[in-house]
Design a protein around this ligand. Structure first.
Ligand code: GLU
Length: 384
């Protein structure tokens, strides 16, 4: 583990990466054609990372861009001028091209891919968030690369639609990724717009992100992409606050990922994570933001185990109460009823009651299904 605040060392240290690919990079020369050779190169670079023991999640745009032709949307119509329903329809056509492009690219390297469509709303719901997280973990554990896009058909315009920069950070927070790379057409953040101001200088490292950086980013520019630099900086705020590094670079050339991982001269802006420890950030979030939906009373053995950094197993639970679902935050009480912490329950109240006091190996027999060995995982728990 190196403490170098450079893109190369952050990527070298990262075990789990989220890579966001912008529409402009995915689309080929024609309106309904992917840039297959670019995707092939990305897949090869990712395969090298996987061979080196890393896990990678892709968040890719391109649905709307590749579905334009079928919907009769001309190339020069900026995304903000396309009616929402037409954009959503275009996305549902184009998503096939996008995923098929990745499928072919990864098949050439012998890697399986999985299509995952998510909405921001779903990721804000703790239960759905846990389900999505478990699906992604299972895919990653099987060496499969999830290829995520926003589920544009059901997203709502004003709040959610068309912001994969934000979605990629949300996904990174969900799976506990170490870093997010945003591949677009810009090689990072400049002190001003480099297209109009020749004095603008490139910022390779942003350690303390502030409002001045939002100002530097300016407004989004019309084109195939929806976000522009501003949405990337907003994504960087969210990522770095929760202990995740964020890197912005242009992915215009083939093998940008390989260059970024191995070549100091590849330009990028690194937004350095505020908390070195992302689990600490997650715990802070559990402690600070949720109102508990119930409680679990634990015995002294479990209390000791928790203090030693272990998860809460059902066998250590004496009683559960309240009205909680899987993914809700509940209080953890000792035998005298004093709150000793809070955590995210992996089971709903009905199931938690049934497995309370039982060994984890008995869960399958009791519930017919085993969602998790733990009632509350240690990473999902904060002790007082
Ligand atoms: N989901 C949109 C698409 O596939 C893109 C969103 C974005 O570019 O941020 O076209």
């Amino acid at each position: 583990m190196s403490n170098d605040k450079t893109t190369i060392s952050v990527l070298d240290d990262a075990n789990l990466l989220v890579i966001k690919v912008g529409s402009v990079l995915v689309r080929g020369k024609r309106l309904d054609e992917v840039n297959q050779s670019w995707m092939d190169a990305l897949a090869r670079d990712i395969k090298t990372l996987i061979d080196n023991g890393k896990k990678v999640v892709i968040v890719s745009s391109g649905g709307v861009a590749l579905g334009r032709k079928a919907l009769g949307i001309s190339e020069d119509t900026p995304p903000q001028d396309i009616p929402l329903a037409k954009k959503q329809a275009a996305s549902s056509v184009g998503q096939y091209y996008v995923f098929n492009g990745y499928f072919k690219a990864f098949a050439k390297c012998g890697v399986n891919v999985a299509q995952v469509l998510l909405t921001m709303g779903e990721t804000e719901n703790r239960r759905m968030n846990l389900n999505a997280r478990d699906t992604l973990y299972t895919l990653l554990d099987h060496g499969i690369v999830p290829v995520i896009n926003e589920n544009d058909t059901v997203s709502t315009g004003e709040i959610c639609f068309g912001d994969n920069d934000r979605l990629s950070v949300r996904v990174a927070q969900m799976v506990g990724a170490d870093a997010v790379i945003l591949f677009s057409t810009a090689d990072g953040l400049y002190t001003d717009n480099p297209d109009t101001n020749p004095q603008a200088t490139h910022l390779p490292l942003i350690e303390k992100l502030g409002d001045e950086h939002i100002r530097m980013a300016g407004e989004a520019v019309p084109g195939l992409s929806t976000g522009g630099m501003k949405s990337k900086i907003e994504a960087a705020f969210s990522a770095t606050k929760t202990g995740i590094h964020l890197i912005i670079t242009d992915g215009l050339e083939s093998h940008t990922l390989k260059k970024l991982c191995s070549n100091n001269s590849k330009r990028s802006s690194l937004f350095y994570a505020q908390h070195g420890n992302k689990i600490a950030a997650r715990k802070m979030w559990i402690g600070a933001h949720m109102s508990p939906k119930g409680s679990v009373t634990i015995d002294d053995g479990a209390l000791n185990a928790l203090k030693n950094g272990k998860s809460l197993l059902p066998i250590g639970a004496r009683k559960v109460s309240g009205d909680f679902k899987r993914g809700d935050v509940i209080e953890i009480l000792n035998l005298s009823g004093t709150r000793i912490g809070m955590g995210i329950s992996a089971y709903n109240i009905q199931d938690a009651k049934l497995i309370c006091g039982h060994k984890s190996s008995e869960i399958a027999d009791i519930l017919g299904i085993i969602t998790s060995d733990e009632l509350i995982h240690r990473n999902d728990m904060v002790l007082e």
